[in-house]
Design a protein around this ligand. Structure first.
Ligand code: ADP
Ligand code: MG
Length: 312
């Protein structure tokens, strides 16, 4: 106690040595002036993802981060979408889901950016064609299982991803994948087990289940269909594109007719072909996936049955 009293007296005599209260720093708030863009990682319809270095010390020792932002001309509705994507990602914690790091907000509160961990190997679409030789079938299947684990977690939080595709699955390293891009993700918590989408101008229709195409209705099980298409991409090392594959099957057509023909094709029981080198048991598994997905959803939320899934 005597020492403390001595220190207090010393501090009173020399105010300059008094420790200043440290201002609390929120590690999830990134300051725009310290965020240096290095290169573009990807570009979507409304936004872009850049590789940046967050370098508060200005000596290039700062960490690398992936930054998602909207194109400057984007309307308010789309900027709300990014805010929603941020709120969703912020609350997700799973080893197969890309990690949220924080936000960067410009002065005046406008133009919010999403800061994520940077995954240097990029998405499966970029990685697989280049690394065919060192990626075995069992690794491809391990990626598929990891995607299931991430999706299972997402479903347990009552979210439908709505954009599951190889381009949105990122690699942490040669053995670990993570689901990204929650831009189209919807919550079904307050709905009846499905979500009705109003604006479908940029929908990845070739990844969509029939009920999404015909009624714009999205169930947890609709993601299972997209997972089947994603697995097709993975097993073809992303060298086959479901878009061109389906387009070849439906023949030359444009606009709304594309979706109508696609629906008819699926109703006729036509599916993407078995990927080259994919053994029969895996093909069987892919055919059964929708059924398994259906059963899982049935088991979890037996009162919310998607009407059309049972027929596929
Ligand atoms: P969009 O909504 O525009 O599709 P995404 O979140 O899918 O945005 O990102 C677009 C692309 O940017 C991805 O396909 C991937 O190639 C790259 N990308 C996105 N996030 C990361 C990340 N965290 N690390 C590395 N690359 C990324
Ligand atoms: Mg994407």
């Amino acid at each position: 106690r005597a020492i403390v009293r001595d220190i207090d007296m010393l501090e009173e005599k020399n105010p300059s040595i008094k420790p200043k209260p440290t201002t609390e720093v929120d590690p999830t708030v990134f300051e725009k002036r310290f965020l240096k863009t290095i290169m573009e990682l990807g570009k979507g319809h409304f936004g872009r993802v850049d590789l940046c270095r967050y370098d508060p010390r200005g000596d290039r020792t700062g960490e690398l981060v992936a930054v998602k932002s909207l194109k400057p001309e984007t309307c308010e509705e789309k900027s709300n979408n990014l805010s929603r994507e941020i709120d969703i990602l912020k609350a997700l914690y799973h080893e197969n889901i890309v990690k949220y790091k924080g936000i960067c907000q410009e002065e005046g509160g406008q133009a919010i950016k999403l800061i994520m961990e940077f995954l240097p190997l990029g998405s499966l679409t970029e990685y697989l064609p280049k690394n065919k030789n060192k990626t075995s079938l069992s690794t491809l299947l391990s990626y598929s299982i990891q995607i299931c684990e991430g999706m299972d977690y997402l479903g347990s939080r009552n979210y439908i991803h709505r954009d599951l595709a190889a381009r949105n699955v990122l690699l942490e390293n040669d053995h670990v994948v993570k689901i990204g891009d929650f831009g189209l993700t919807k919550s079904i918590k307050d709905n009846e087990g499905y979500y009705i989408v109003r604006d479908d101008d940029v929908s990845p229709v070739f990844w969509y289940a029939p009920e999404c195409l015909t009624h714009c209705k999205f169930y947890l099980a609709s993601d299972v269909w997209s997972f089947g298409v994603t697995m097709y991409e993975i097993l073809t090392y992303c060298e086959k594109n479901p878009v061109s594959c389906f387009k070849e099957m439906i023949g030359k057509t444009q606009g709304q007719m594309v979706v109508l023909r696609l629906v008819q094709l699926l109703k006729d029981g036509k599916r993407l072909p078995r990927p080259e080198g994919c053994p029969e048991p895996t093909e069987l598994l892919m055919a059964k996936l929708l059924w398994i997905g259906f059963l899982t959803v049935f088991w979890r939320t037996s009162k919310f049955l998607p009407p059309s899934v049972s027929t596929h």
